[in-house]
Design a protein around this ligand. Sequence first.
Ligand code: BTN
Length: 260
Amino acid sequence: MSSRPRSHHVKPVPKPYQIHHLATVDSTNTHLRGMVDAPEWTCVTADRQTAGRGRQDRQWHSAAGEGLYLSILLRPVAGTPELPLLSLTAAVAVAETLGAAGVAGVDIKWPNDLLVDERKICGILIESVGYGAAAPRRVIVGIGVNLNQTDFPAPIAETATSCRLAMGRMVDHDTFRDALLERFHAWYDCWRCGGTATILARWQALSSYAVGRQVAVDVGGELLTGETAGLDARGALLLRLPDGEQRVVMAGEVNRLRSI
Ligand code: BTN
């Protein structure tokens, strides 16, 4: 389904966030990488990024004062579920926050692109730092939300949208940021405590891409076309090929997923 997300009850939580706001930064994710010994829930935001990064080495358009450019430092302990599931968890939190802010028709394209009318409104970049036997694991969750843009530069003019374009009114940056952090905190707890089934169910309820969607997926150079058939327990996308074979597509292998 691609209809507006149903509102999801979120318990108020004590605010653990420590927000470092910068006027200009290369990338909030890159900046936070230099602060990995900071407490969990340390966040970096910026008015603008000069080298905002997206997945697959793409750039993230980061015009001054128009978007939310947010990176969050997390320290998941050993034994927590896999990172692909955290990426779906973040997408659920953003989808719900957009819906609660009044954006109608929010959809999630697997694994974690947020769309409205098939145009991208938010992207999520999750990076692991110091992941190894010797170092405690840190994870940086980078979230870029198009809030108040009224237009976009040529390469993405036809494929991007913003809350303002979707709703016809402005969104307050700090209000949106706080609402998102609160919702993500609640969903992160769900992830941390093994609420895999809850996360998968919520993601599938919020995504028109979950089941029965004809898609083309570039899996490490191999172009697969087929119909989506839900997610497995790790958050991988199940794809039914025309010959009936079912393939399990992990986020890490996908270069591009598009509807056909
Ligand atoms: C994507 O869809 O490709 C992911 C985009 C992620 C963009 C955000 S903006 C805040 C954070 N800092 C970055 O450099 N990237 C992420």
